[in-house]
Design a protein around this ligand. Structure first.
Ligand SMILES: Cc1cc2nc3c(=O)[nH]c(=O)nc-3n(C[C@H](O)[C@H](O)[C@H](O)COP(=O)(O)O)c2cc1C
Length: 203
């Protein structure tokens, strides 16, 4: 379904399953923003009908993508939001497939990063099944994306859990997600967070 619904914050859930650990983390983080009347739109990538980037490189010539689907319809909401929270499971020492497809489609706006991305706040939530010392690849991939797009990373929470919903037994971890939500809310209330975009010329 196509909907243009603008919010202050977009919260991207990139898990492939229901009752996802990363989605519980996302909800915990988002709840603190919502408590402060900051509008958050939760977007579940697994519910969107969208194609992966087909590598046509047409976006090198024009700003935008020739694919027209539910992801295209979402893009204006992403550009309008003042902050993004991205929650992804770690899959094969990287982000999930949905998350990668989501990021790849944004390549169409690489040239427009100064106006469409720069200066936005970003928060990262990741979860892998391995112990924490053996994960961090999904977090790193998102850090790279946000840094390249000149977005300001406010913080990150990385969890270890395997089965659906298992994260709900980790009270301290969910508290860390709520704390990150509070930190993001504080950042959004600073006057400087309202003056988008910030122009930079380097990649
Ligand atoms: C295809 C696939 C690949 C995975 N690869 C990794 C991995 O590389 N490292 C890891 O720690 N966990 C890996 N996992 C485990 C998930 O990250 C883990 O189950 C996590 O809790 C899923 O989060 P979600 O409930 O939010 O989807 C993988 C799971 C699947 C299904």
């Amino acid at each position: 379904m196509r909907q243009t619904f603008f919010s202050d914050v977009v919260a991207i859930s990139a898990s492939h399953r229901d009752n996802a650990n990363t989605e519980a983390m996302l909800r915990a983080c988002a709840s603190e923003l919502q408590k402060q009347n900051i509008r958050v739109r939760i977007i579940r990538l697994r519910k969107l009908k969208f194609k992966p980037c087909d590598g046509c490189v047409g976006c090198n010539e024009k700003n935008g993508c020739h694919i027209d689907d539910e992801m295209t319809a979402l893009h204006p909401c992403l550009f309008k939001a003042r902050a993004w929270i991205v929650a992804t499971p770690e899959y094969w020492w990287n982000v999930s497939g949905h998350c990668k497809d989501f990021l790849d489609r944004l390549n169409a706006y690489w040239k427009a990063r100064a106006t469409h991305f720069a200066g936005k706040k970003a928060a990262i939530l990741t979860c892998g099944a391995q112990p924490l010392e053996r994960t961090g690849y999904a977090e790193k991939a998102l850090e790279t994306f946000f840094t390249k797009m000149h977005m300001d990373i406010v913080g990150s929470v990385r969890a270890s859990a395997e089965n659906p919903g298992e994260i709900r037994t980790q009270a301290r971890l969910l508290t860390a997600c709520r704390t990150l939500g509070k930190k993001l809310a504080l950042e959004l209330k600073k006057p400087s967070a309202r003056s988008l975009p910030r122009t930079r010329s380097t990649p």
